[in-house]
Each structure stands twice: as structure tokens, then as C-alpha cells.
Design a protein. Structure first.
Length: 412
């Protein structure tokens, strides 16, 4: 049984309430002294000012009452009875999963990968054999499995205490340590290197997109992928609300930029950006046009990424025709390219479907959780899932994904 102690926010609120109680008590003492001096006949006061005496008395009583209420409220978190959680007798391990789930669909529904692929992914992600935190010492496979379980679907830590065999405090530390390991160990999958490594495949990607999907060929000859933005909903912050508030979605969000290649891989996750900013501003911050120009100069051929009308068009960022009076050829161009651009939405949808914890807005607290790491790690895990099982995008374009080991090492 693990007792829950007063949190840091509780202790901070207690200090603030005690300071306020002392201040109000001091003010009450000063008020009572002033009333005694003014109303005392021996000191020249007006002995007949009964109304003033009643007013001073009522004001002093109100301040003493407020001071007492603040003292009781401030001391309550420190005196409350500890909440206990039933911690399970067994922790996550491959042996336990093989015994309880085997390679059935239940294993994939909870951890998003089959058992044989879980072992392979654990080896490729290079988790250390032992992970030590302030409140726990765990094996690498336990931290890896708990990370997948926590990301797959939102659940309270008290509910996972019995299932994982860990207290809520230990769960939080293991989760953050596992997320940080993937985030830092595979930094090359988060920056421009994850896109530049696909440069030798751009000619094949352009031919695949030109052939189109089920709705026929696409009109662009040099399009190698699609770029778009996604909004991740956040819990309403206490400070800086205007920075994250998105007027279009009417909620608080952070924005992420994603690129979809026809083989189902989403390289170079960029973000988080302020929810109030436009997608064009996010494109400018990511320097994606410069990266595309550098790749194309190395290849000696101009290729482009296709985006929606929100993006400024250039030699390396293409988009639909925007003027109001479109001729037949321009209208057909927009329709054909729009039918293939939906693949980017499929990529964002796969991230949120597989890792539903990211879509739980109450769990995304900008100033408490390290949210800048969650989305990139989930995107890396989604790309690994695509390497093993394919995706809707690979079926649409009939383009095979890479080997997972090649993807994780940028050796495609």
C-alpha cells in the first residue's frame, strides 16, 4: 500500500494561505487597537458612538473569522489522511505478457504490437538493462512496456497501480524516464536528418504519387510527400492562456507539423508551436523550404511537398490554385491533388488512434507534463508500427515501408 502525500502544489497553497492568515490577523489586531483608542472615553473618544463601535466590532470579527478559516484550510493538506493504492504483486515483463496474452490480439490491443515484435522493438530502441529513478529501480523492459501501455489509452495511475505493480509516483518517474530515453536516443529521427536520408528515394516517391491512388493519377510530376499541421488539445492553463488558445478550434492547443511520405513514414516532427500561430508561421520556424532546397541541390532535381492553401507556395512547397474563378484544368488539378493529400490526415489519425493518451486533453498539462516529448516519441513509435504492419497510406499508394531497423538508424 502506497500512501499519497501532500503534493508540491498543496504545500505551496498552504504557505500562501498561512501568510495571508498572519497578515489578516495582524490587520485585525491593528483595527481592534485603533477602535479601542478612538472609542475609549478615557482617551478622549466619543463614548456615545455606538454605531461606530458596532461597525469596528463586526469588522474585527470578520477578519478573525477569515484568518481562522485560512489557517484551517492551509493546514488541511498536511493533516489529511493518506490515500492508499493497491499495488499489484507482479510487474510488467515479457514473461508475464507471454503467459497472460501470448501473441493474441489482446497483446496488440493493449501494447499496439504483437509479442514477437515487442521483443524486436525493445531491442531496436536500445533500452538500458536497468533504469533507476528517485522512487524506483526497474528493468528496461518494464519501463518500455509501461511506456507503451500508458500511451496506448488514458488511464489513471491509481487504476494502473495493480496492473503494473507500481505506485503512482514510481509510474510517473518510469514513464518520464522511458519517454526521455527514446526522445534523446533517436534525436536524428526528429530533425532534418530524418527527411534528408530519404533524398535518394525522391524519384521513386514522385513516380508513386504521380501514379496516384484509387482515384486516378495525380497531376504533379515532382511531388514527393505532403505537409500539414495538427492541433493537440491541452488542458486550460492557469497562466498564458492567450498563447495556447486557438480561435478556430475554440480551445487551447499546441500545434505540430507533420510530413507524410508515400511509404507511410512521417519524418521530422516539428513542434510544439503556440496554438494561436498560423501553419505558415510554423512552416517558417521549421525551415522546411530550406531543407528541401538543400536536398534538391544535392540531387540536382527540383522536388516539392504539397500542402493546403494555408501554406505560402514556393518552388519547394506546392499547393492548390486559390483564385475564385478556376478553369476546368485548375479545378481538376485541385480535386486530384486533394484526394491524395488526405494521406497526411491518415497519418495524424494513426498517431492518435494508436496512442490515445495524446488525445486526452485533461492529461496534457502544459506546465506540469513534458508534453514536448510525447508527440515526437509517439510519431517514432507509429513509424515503427508502419514498418511492421503497414498502414492505410502504404496501401493507397502501393508503396512498401522500410525495414524497422533501417528506419531507426537512418540507413534507408
Amino acid at each position: 500500500m502506497a500512501p499519497a502525500r501532500a503534493t508540491a502544489s498543496d504545500r505551496m497553497a498552504t504557505r500562501q494561505k498561512l501568510i495571508a492568515a498572519v497578515s489578516i490577523s495582524a490587520l485585525a489586531v491593528q483595527t481592534a487597537g485603533y477602535a479601542f483608542q478612538v472609542l475609549d472615553p478615557d482617551n478622549g473618544g466619543d463614548s456615545g458612538a455606538e454605531d461606530d463601535s458596532d461597525a469596528f466590532g463586526a469588522w474585527s470579527n470578520a477578519m478573525w473569522t477569515a484568518s481562522a478559516m485560512l489557517l484551517v484550510s492551509g493546514a488541511e493538506p498536511l493533516l489529511r489522511r493518506g490515500i492508499t493504492y493497491a499495488v499489484g504483486p507482479e510487474r510488467y515483463s515479457f514473461a508475464r505478457i507471454e503467459r497472460e496474452f501470448g501473441s493474441t490480439a489482446s497483446c496488440k490491443s493493449i501494447f499496439r504490437f504483437e509479442l514477437v515484435h515487442l521483443r524486436l522493438l525493445y531491442h531496436e530502441l536500445r533500452f538500458p538493462p536497468i533504469i533507476r529513478t528517485h522512487n524506483a529501480t526497474a528493468t528496461g523492459e518494464e519501463a518500455f512496456l509501461y511506456m507503451l501501455r500508458r500511451l496506448s489509452y488514458p488511464a489513471t495511475q491509481s487504476r494502473l497501480a495493480w496492473e503494473s505493480g507500481r505506485s503512482p509516483a514510481a509510474q510517473s518517474e518510469l514513464f518520464e524516464r522511458a519517454i526521455t530515453h527514446v526522445y534523446e536516443e533517436f534525436a536524428h529521427l526528429r530533425d532534418n536528418r530524418s527527411l534528408e536520408c530519404w533524398g535518394p528515394h525522391f524519384e521513386h516517391f514522385a513516380a508513386v504519387i504521380k501514379a496516384g491512388g484509387r482515384k486516378g493519377p495525380a497531376p504533379l510530376n515532382n511531388c514527393v510527400g505532403y505537409v500539414d499541421g495538427s492541433n493537440q488539445k491541452m488542458d486550460k492553463p492557469k497562466i498564458g492562456q492567450h498563447v495556447l488558445y486557438n480561435g478556430h478550434k475554440r480551445c487551447h492547443v499546441v500545434k505540430w507539423q507533420g510530413i507524410m511520405l508515400p511509404n507511410g513514414i512521417m519524418p521530422m516532427p516539428f513542434g510544439p508551436c503556440h496554438g494561436r500561430n498560423h501553419d505558415a508561421h510554423m512552416l517558417h520556424l521549421s525551415r522546411l523550404p530550406r531543407i528541401m532546397r538543400r536536398i534538391c541541390r544535392r540531387l540536382g532535381t527540383v522536388y516539392s511537398l504539397y500542402g493546403d492553401p494555408a501554406y505560402p507556395q514556393s518552388q519547394y512547397i506546392a499547393g492548390p490554385f486559390r483564385h475564385t474563378r478556376l478553369n476546368d484544368a485548375e479545378a481538376l488539378f485541385n480535386v486530384r491533388m486533394s484526394s491524395t493529400r488526405i494521406s497526411n490526415e491518415w497519418g495524424f489519425g494513426k498517431i492518435l488512434n494508436n496512442w490515445a493518451y495524446l488525445d486526452f486533453r485533461k492529461g496534457m498539462k502544459p506546465y506540469l507534463n513534458d508534453i514536448q516529448k510525447y508527440w515526437p516519441v509517439a510519431q517514432i513509435l507509429t513509424n515503427c508500427h508502419t514498418c511492421l504492419y503497414g498502414s492505410q497510406v502504404t496501401e493507397y499508394f502501393n508503396c512498401s515501408p522500410p525495414d524497422m531497423s533501417d528506419y531507426l538508424n537512418n540507413t534507408v
